[in-house]
Write a protein of this length. Structure first.
Ligand SMILES: Nc1ncnc2c1ncn2[C@@H]1O[C@H](COP(=O)(O)OP(=O)(O)OP(=O)(O)O)[C@@H](O)[C@H]1O
Ligand SMILES: [Mg+2]
Lengths: 249, 315
């Protein structure tokens, strides 16, 4: 396999997540053909690519939703490939899945409580609840409403907040802008920037390459199950190929 | 008038048994969206375990409280273990397969139990013959609770038996307890999350396999408890006993709105009353027709059942 093209210099940082030669198949379909990527401590990393490139599959393999065919996944030095998703949460990983996955018949509050399912520190949970309500005041107003009655944007806010309630070191986000009005997307991305600035590492999958690349310090471009290119957000934004292929210019 | 009251009491007593079976049915459905057609046969298994325990205990312990508790305890534990076993080896591998696959598996387990138990199988160990499978003949279930009259109205016109009261109180307590478990506890919150989407539940750190196994064990233990109360009432047991009770309990759960715990109890009590009145005032051969006729009427008027919510889900 050809080495992906590399644009720009990556700022050095302590390694957090390391994925090496990851392969995933669905029956006969090979969705990932050996992907390598990494996320450093405190870094925001984006994964962009066309429909079906394998972005969701990558996140699913990292969070244990699907078993990787081969490859090594390392989180904080520990090999975690093949662990189940509920075993990843205590290791500091949270995954807000594609399609939001809020529980429609549970209240906003109950959804958030479930985000803190493994935690016992009442005070810490209360503090984090206050924090996410600070990020998204609308959720606080709708605390006792069934999540199914929220708008799409509010559901996305809930999905992100619920993921944050486990106090993760690494937050995986799968297309948080999907189906949302531009103003709502703006709000969400402003908060994501804050979350990252406050020290949470982020691995972000986005169709909206412009948004993703302006948030991320480093980004990978996925093409049919392979990393085609990687670079700093700025360098990729400036690249001719990226502008043509993903920014519609 | 006394006749009417006696029918109400008998109807509630029959409904109570349906309610206990229906609670397990509806709870497992609520979490797994699986109609566990083997539920009635797990009940039958529980009855035979209780029978064996009572037999081993011997006559002198019959009718004692400790004897009765032991029969219940062993039977509940055995069925919980069996529930764990079928979930682990039959349903879990099929969890992400189309729902029809697990449904057919459930029917298979039901047949395996109800017909397997009709085989005669005994081994002899050191001169003692140990029965492994009981055979098709019906047996008399020992009176582990001595029937006594709890209340008598008129000149022996209406009799309320102690076991009727005990069953009724147990059913209502369990309904309340389960409702509390599902809606007020951490385990219950996890059950509801798993019920909606077990993959997302896993992402939140919820040990999905444990929650599902726990639900199954609880449901199976409930079936065992219901079965023993049923056997106390009916006195005669046989391997096919779970089929019709299971079906009736399923009907009750659907009438109440499948997945809804109070609905299952109300549906079961209504069904019991309905059957009793038809049998009391017409002929007993109408009993089963009534149950299914009642189901059809409810489904025509309220397809989601009496207490079911039409799902309002935003995508
Ligand atoms: N459950 C599945 N069963 C079979 N094939 C799948 C499954 N999920 C994904 N695929 C296939 O794997 C490939 C990668 O899919 P994936 O969802 O990872 O892509 P993606 O980059 O997230 O796409 P999108 O932008 O549409 O979300 C696609 O060809 C897809 O059709
Ligand atoms: Mg995707």
């Amino acid at each position: 396999m050809a080495e992906p093209r590399r644009l720009g210099e990556r700022a050095p940082c302590e390694p957090l997540l390391d994925v090496n030669g990851l392969e995933v198949s669905y029956g006969a379909i090979k969705a990932l053909k050996g992907i390598s990527l990494s996320v450093g401590k405190g870094e925001a990393v984006a994964l962009i690519g066309a429909n079906g490139a394998g972005k969701t599959s990558t996140l699913r393999a990292v969070s244990g939703m699907i078993k990787p065919g081969s490859g090594v996944i390392t989180l904080r030095g520990e090999s975690v490939g093949g662990l189940k998703s509920h075993e990843m949460v205590p290791r500091g990983l949270a995954h807000a899945p594609e399609g939001r996955g809020v529980f429609p018949n549970l209240t906003v509050q109950e959804n958030l409580d479930l985000g803190a399912y493994l935690r016992r520190d009442k005070d810490g949970i209360a503090a984090d609840l206050k924090k996410v309500f600070g990020f998204f005041p609308r959720l606080e107003e709708r605390r006792l409403q069934m999540a199914g009655t929220l708008s799409g944007g509010e559901q996305q806010m809930l999905a992100i907040s619920r993921a944050l309630m486990s106090r993760p070191t690494l937050l995986l986000l799968d297309e948080p802008s999907l189906g949302l009005a531009p103003q709502v997307t703006q709000v969400i991305f402003r908060i994501l920037r804050d979350i990252n600035a406050q020290g949470t590492s982020v691995l972000l999958v986005e169709q909206n390459a412009h948004l993703a690349l302006s948030l991320a310090q480093w980004a990978y471009v996925l093409e049919t199950g392979e990393v085609a290119m990687e670079g700093t957000g700025q360098a990729l934004l400036a690249s001719e190929d990226i502008r043509k292929a993903y920014l519609g210019e | 008038m006394y006749e009417f009251i006696q029918h109400v009491i008998n109807g509630l007593a029959a409904g109570t048994i349906y309610a206990l079976v229906a609670l397990g049915y509806t709870m497992v459905y609520g979490v797994l969206k699986l109609i566990n057609f083997a539920h009635g046969d797990v009940m039958m298994l529980g009855v035979y375990v209780g029978y064996a325990v009572a037999f081993l205990l011997g006559r002198e312990h019959l009718g004692t409280i400790s004897g009765a508790l032991l029969v219940f305890a062993v039977s509940l534990t055995a069925c919980a273990a069996f529930g764990f076993f079928i979930e682990r080896f039959a349903y879990r591998p099929l969890r992400d397969k189309p729902r029809l696959t697990s449904l057919i598996t459930a029917i298979g387990i039901s047949f395996a139990l109800s017909y397997g138990f009709q085989l005669d199988l005994a081994v002899s160990v050191g001169g003692h013959s140990i029965t492994l499978l009981p055979g098709a003949a019906s047996r008399r279930f020992p009176a582990i609770i001595t029937p006594t009259e709890w209340a008598v109205l008129g000149d022996n016109d209406v009799i309320i038996w102690n076991w009727q009261v005990i069953s009724f109180v147990i059913a209502l307590t369990l309904m309340g307890g389960l409702q509390y478990l599902v809606f007020r506890t951490r385990f219950g919150k996890a059950m509801r999350a798993v019920s909606h989407d077990h993959r997302v539940a896993g992402l939140l750190g919820i040990p999905v396999d444990t929650i599902i196994a726990g639900t199954f064990m609880l449901g199976s233990a409930l079936a065992a408890g219901a079965g023993i109360l049923y056997a106390i009432k009916d006195k005669s047991i046989q391997p096919l006993m779970g089929v019709m009770v299971g079906l009736k309990a399923f009907v009750a759960a659907v009438i109440g709105g499948i997945g809804n715990l109070p609905g299952a109890v109300v549906g079961a009590l209504l069904l019991g009353l309905c059957e009793e009145f038809i049998v009391g005032y017409t002929a007993s051969s109408w009993r089963d027709a009534v149950a299914f006729g009642f189901l059809i009427v409810v489904l025509l008027v309220r397809p989601e059942g009496l207490f079911g919510r039409a799902q309002a889900e935003k995508v």
